[in-house]
Design a protein around this ligand. Sequence first.
Ligand SMILES: [Zn+2]
Length: 177
Amino acid sequence: MRRIVIGITSLEQHIEAVKANPEHYRPRCCPHCGIKLLWRHGHYERKAGRQLEQRSLNPVPICRYLCSGCQRTCSRLPECIAPRRWYDWSVQQEALKPRLKGCSAGHRADYGGPDERTVDRWWQWLKARSDLFEFHLRARFAELGRAAGFDALWRQVFASLGLARAMAILDHELSVP
Ligand SMILES: [Zn+2]
């Protein structure tokens, strides 16, 4: 299931797209039963801007769709919002960066950022799933072939694709996070 819409990289862009082109968010088929007939079904609101400068954008609307077969609802998120995570991908990337060997420190949120326990959880998640992520990313991006080992690979992913885009791409094959 493609739960993440690639290319919508900021909350501002997302809010604009929901207004101007909500079709963009329509899933191709129902993630529950596979039927391809989905109706617009309003939206729900989600808090997404955790950083200070984004907070005024909260809550952001997420388009909802109703399946004509099983009557369940589904929705898709823009690339900038992480499914099932409180913090968006860019915050996760900046928090994880200093843990990678050879990476310059990421800029930390001055306040309201994730605590160390949360960052630990993300770090354990990345380590646990890295082999699988790596397999799919290397198959797609030949230039990652030169990065040897966990630290080098993720340094390069962060510097080139960025965590948000990498996860949006991976979400086509697997379920992240
Ligand atoms: Zn369905």
